[in-house]
Ligand binder design. Sequence first.
Ligand SMILES: Nc1nc2c(ncn2[C@@H]2O[C@H](COP(=O)(O)OP(=O)(O)OP(=O)(O)O)[C@@H](O)[C@H]2O)c(=O)[nH]1
Ligand SMILES: [Mg+2]
Length: 249
Amino acid sequence: MRLLLIIPAFNEQASLGGLLAEIKALPTQAGVQIEAVVVDDGSSDRTQEVARAHGARVLRLCRNLGIGGAVQAGIQLAHREGFDAAVQMDGDGQHPPAELQKLLAPVTGGDAPDLVVGTRYRDGASQFRSTMLRRLGSAWLRGILRLVTRLRISDPTSGFRLYGARALRLFSDTYPYDFPEPESLAMARAAGLAVIEVPIAMRERQGGQSSISGYTSIYYMFKVTVAVVLAYLRTNRRARPDEAPDAVA
Ligand SMILES: Nc1nc2c(ncn2[C@@H]2O[C@H](COP(=O)(O)OP(=O)(O)OP(=O)(O)O)[C@@H](O)[C@H]2O)c(=O)[nH]1
Ligand SMILES: [Mg+2]
């Protein structure tokens, strides 16, 4: 199995080196061949140099597209080059590479889900402490996704996720921008993909600056709520890729 690690990075020079060193140090897993690509989203710092110095492949976007555009660029690369699956992992080091095997387990175990979401809110897997505002936002999105798409996901904003071949195909074509995670879950559900989640540990960003502020969070809730509904309806109207088992949670 060929797996592409897609690492979106916008001015992540402070944390990227440590993250790539951790990835390189991962024990090899029989039958799994891992390659990492850093999608440098028009950074103005040394993100690109740090990535190259650590031996990663770099996809340098000529201007800042935002997280959705950066992730989709990686997904298109994985799809075009025939990778069997891809894992999205933040460039700020929030997603510990050692947790990768938990996302992979359902796939190598023969279940073949299309999308595996790493959740920080189940089984006490993580000591991760989010702010009150973010936890409220997360609860709201959980409710919206459940109501509109009947998908039960405990961590709808998680950016630590595995895409199987059918998800790569779907999202190569269309992927939301701005705040894409909940919206893309609605799309996956509407397209009949099998979505599951597994508990994983997350940690604080390992350096650099967060993009989320109080104002962004309020805008985010409005935008994502409308976007989830529209993404679901729009994707539902198109032909489903092929028969797929219903999503499980
Ligand atoms: N902010 C931001 N991040 C981007 C962009 N393009 C790619 N990224 C990367 O997307 C990942 C997630 O962004 P973060 O700012 O860490 O968002 P977050 O994890 O929800 O927020 P924190 O908990 O504060 O880290 C990081 O690896 C960023 O480097 C962009 O245009 N803006
Ligand atoms: Mg982060």
